[in-house]
Structure formats: C-alpha cells, structure tokens
Design a protein around this ligand. Sequence first.
Ligand SMILES: [Fe+2]
Ligand SMILES: [Fe+2]
Length: 191
Amino acid sequence: MEPTRERAWETLTRYTKSEALRRHALAVEASTRFYARTLGEDEERWAVVALLHDFDYEIHPTLDEHPQAGAPILREEGWPEDVIEGVLSHAEHLAMPRDTMLKKVLFACDELSGFVYACGLVRPTGLDGLEPKSVRKKLKQPSFAAGVHRDEVYRGAEELGIDLDEHIRNVVEALQPIAAELGLRTAADAA
Ligand SMILES: [Fe+2]
Ligand SMILES: [Fe+2]
C-alpha cells in the first residue's frame, strides 16, 4: 500500500475518536514536518509516522499494550516496516535505539508539542508571542501540564543535538499555522 498522509489520517481516526488525541497527533505531525523540511527529508513519510505514533492509544491506553500491541494492526493494514519501527521507537519502555533522524525528531517533538500546546491554551493570544523563556519557566512548574514528562522533553532535545530554546521556538513556529485546528486562540482573536 502507498503510505500516504491521507491513509495515515484514515487509520488514526478509525481508532481514535478523542478530539484531544487527534489534536496531539496533528501537533506532533506539524512539528515533525517542520524538521523534515529543515533537514530536507521525506516530509510525507515523517508525517505518516507522526500521525500514527499514538494511533492505538485509545484502544491500548496502558504501557503494557501501547504502542507494541498496535504494531500487528499496522502490519495487517499493510504499513511498511520502517513506518511501524518509527512508531514503536517513540516508546521509552521499549528501549529501541533511536538510530535515525526521524526517530530522534519524533521523540523530541512528542512531549514538547503537547507541552507547547498546553502553554498556548492558557494564553489569550495562544502561541503568538510565546517565548522559549516562558515555556522553560512552565517546564519547571510540576503542576502545569503535569502529564508531560519533563525528562523526555530535555532528553529529546539533547539526543537531537539542539538547544532547547531553539527547539521550543521551532515547535511554536510549527504549530502556529494549525492553531485554529488545534482549538487555540491567536493574537487576532485577542485584538
Ligand atoms: Fe505514545
Ligand atoms: Fe504522543
């Protein structure tokens, strides 16, 4: 089968009805695409892996199933092995080597996209004007977006070999064009 973005969205939405999870997938997709473009990589392929990375989370909400129990479903649907391997690689508990740029980028964008999104939700101007400094400050407040694993945010940037501020700036920039889709306000709404 042709691993297109359209098919990935179809698979994702067949298994994922939650708006929040769909938005998470879209946010990780946008961030991963940003890096694919910057690095001159296969943007659609990276987008497919990003969209699918948590496709089974709704049906497999615990780590003894997610994402490993999703892999046979993807295989059954005919997704290529490199896509499935990319999906599996984001899970810390599977301890798979992140030996490609896509795997490093996906891991680096997964938790941070969610965190930046949470920062955007509580601001009247959404992501507009959101600076790395204020994101870092919020990272130090354990009660804010408590579900986001801080250690994975820091390690993701480290493994990618990018300064955290630059990484935050990239993710903010990547999410801005889809702010409305993510249900975020913008500076225009606040005006
Ligand atoms: Fe996951
Ligand atoms: Fe995720």
